[in-house]
Design a protein around this ligand. Structure first.
Ligand code: ZN
Length: 266
């Protein structure tokens, strides 16, 4: 189950399925003052100057209890690329531009904190329960390309027990607000296959050519197919587009928005 906690004014979500230090940020508790980034924008290049973003990142890291120096959060490209991170990756995307891009991370030692940025896309945090953690950014392309499964397989290759892995699927745009068209349907289907697409991209009643996509449930299903137990998967019920008071939404804002972070560390 997810809960919202408040630490010195910074609101964040945590899941009781994850025992390690972790958190999904909201937009509450930062110093950004632009209407579209107020107030806890954790993304560079969204309108705030770097110092403002850095201060927000510091506040979030303090609230989660993970040093900002440990964060790894490089440029995301809607791929299924999950990187095994080491000490050398620390601070990448936060204090300097990394020389690689990816959409997920795993780590198996303390002092490295996988972190993904979202604003409608699906953030997923993973724990093996015994020393391996992960984070992925699953937009519709990443979801369809199966990044959640890639993360599980990389964790298992490192020694994680599949039946013990837990996953928390964080706040993202819900089925309620994620309307898509024919192009989406066919592109999603060509990446994910017709069966998964038919289950999670549902025709909108009375609107030919329109659909509603359920990315959270699609990711949950992908995890179950990858051997993760259903009782080990937590899904946030909150929709980023419905709850503009709590979250940034790319869709709702027409792209003029801040970014949220989801981070985990041993
Ligand atoms: Zn909604």
């Amino acid at each position: 189950m997810f809960s919202i906690i408040d630490r010195d004014g910074v609101k964040l979500l945590v899941s009781d399925k994850i025992k390690e230090k972790h958190g999904f940020s909201t937009r509450v508790g930062g110093v950004s003052t632009l209407p579209h980034t107020a107030s806890l924008n954790l993304g560079y290049y969204r309108g705030d100057d770097s110092e403002t973003v850095r201060e927000n990142l510091r506040r979030f890291s303090q609230a989660v209890g993970i040093p900002l120096e440990d964060f790894v959060s490089v440029t995301q490209i809607h791929s299924a690329e999950v990187r095994y991170t080491t000490e050398e990756d620390r601070g990448g995307g936060i204090f300097y531009k990394a020389d690689y891009e990816c959409d997920g991370y795993i780590a198996d030692r303390p002092g490295i904190a996988p972190c993904v940025k979202t604003a409608d896309c699906v953030p997923i945090l993973f724990s093996s329960g015994d020393g391996i953690v992960g984070a992925v950014h699953a937009g519709w392309r990443g979801t369809a390309r199966g990044i959640a499964e890639v993360c599980v397989e990389k964790m298992v290759a490192l020694g994680a027990k599949r039946e013990r892995i837990t996953a928390a699927i964080g706040p993202s745009i819900g089925f309620c607000c994620y309307e898509v068209g024919e192009d989406f349907y066919s592109e999603f289907s060509s990446l994910a296959g017709e069966e998964l697409t038919r289950r999670f991209v549902i025709p909108k009643e009375g609107a030919p050519g329109k659909y509603h996509a359920d990315l959270k449930s699609a990711n949950k299903e992908i995890l179950i197919r990858a051997g993760i137990k259903e009782e080990n998967i937590d899904v946030s019920l909150l929709c980023t587009a419905c709850r503009e008071d709590l979250f940034y939404s790319h869709r709702k804002s027409g792209g003029l928005r801040g970014s949220m972070c989801s981070v985990i560390s041993l």
